[in-house]
Design a protein around this ligand. Structure first.
Ligand SMILES: [Zn+2]
Length: 151
């Protein structure tokens, strides 16, 4: 019934990161804050890049004939990226709305202790079933860039 955990570099990276987030943020409140900050930072960064790309696009259009060497982004590339990033921001906005509902929930001190207790149990376990289920998404992305040589 239990599947053998995949040991490809993407999965191993995911296991490490997953456990780190449990170890370093072992309470309900910390997980709320972490996930909120994570969604917000993702959205902030995407928004800034969208602004920047739109600026590039309008600059390209105003100085049609001056092709500088620094200008390595084509209009097609920019337009495609804008479409995709705008979709991403719409999804993030939806997640944010759901996250607000989660942020409304508070748990008692005793329940927080239970969170800490459970976090110690599951974080060092490389065969954590929940983590394996979560990682399906990561693993099944075939064109995910290989980051094993970066730091
Ligand atoms: Zn894998």
């Amino acid at each position: 019934m239990t599947e053998e955990p995949c040991q490809c570099s993407d999965c191993q990276r995911f296991y490490k990161e997953h456990d780190r987030l449990i170890r370093e943020f072992p309470t309900f409140k910390q997980q709320q804050e972490l996930n909120w900050a994570s969604i917000q930072s993702f959205r902030t960064l995407c928004s800034k890049v969208i602004d920047e790309l739109q600026r590039n696009l309008s600059e390209n259009q105003t100085k049609e004939n001056t092709i500088s060497e620094e200008n390595h982004l084509s209009d097609i590339e920019i337009n495609e990226a804008l479409d995709e990033l705008e979709n991403v921001n719409a999804y993030l906005f939806s997640i944010e709305a759901l996250m607000e509902r989660i942020l409304d929930i508070k748990v008692s001190k005793n329940i927080e202790l239970k969170f800490k207790e459970v976090s110690k149990e599951i974080a060092p376990d490389p065969l954590n079933v929940d983590r394996l289920i979560l990682n399906r998404l990561f693993h099944q992305t075939p064109d995910m860039p290989d980051k094993k040589n970066s730091n």
